[in-house]
Design a protein. Structure first.
Length: 129
């Protein structure tokens, strides 16, 4: 009976085990092939990402240079505007001083004119009496 069980196992189980072993070897080969394929895709993807990163860095550097140029030009223009404002400020101060002096002069002239007018009126009043 033991020999009969042994024979049945060898006839029924051993061929299936050998088929499983063969399938397992095939699966291992397929897994290695997929690993290699994944490694290749990973390498190409890394190269593409590196290329995009390089181009993006170059574009960012270019934009930095443009921004620096615009910043410099704006700073120069702002400096020019500030100088112009200072110049206008000085001119306004000068005009204010000039008008102030003219008003003082006009006040004196008006005061003198009023004084002369009052004296004339007083003289006319004395003469006309």
């Amino acid at each position: 009976m033991v020999s009969e069980v042994k024979r049945v196992i060898q006839e029924l189980v051993v061929p299936d085990l050998q088929a499983i072993k063969s399938d397992l070897a095939t699966i291992k080969v397929e897994i290695r092939r997929l690993d290699e394929k994944i490694d290749g895709v990973d390498k190409r993807l890394s190269e593409k990402i590196d290329g995009v990163d390089k181009r993006l860095s170059e574009k960012i550097d270019g934009l930095d240079e443009k921004i620096d140029g615009v910043d410099k030009r704006l700073s120069e223009k702002i400096g020019g505007v500030a100088q112009h404002i200072d110049s206008v400020d000085k001119r306004i101060d000068s005009l204010r001083d000039e008008f102030s002096a003219r008003f003082v002069s006009l006040e004196r002239e008006i005061s003198v004119a009023i004084d002369i007018h009052e004296r004339l009126a007083a003289l006319e009043a004395k003469i006309g009496r």
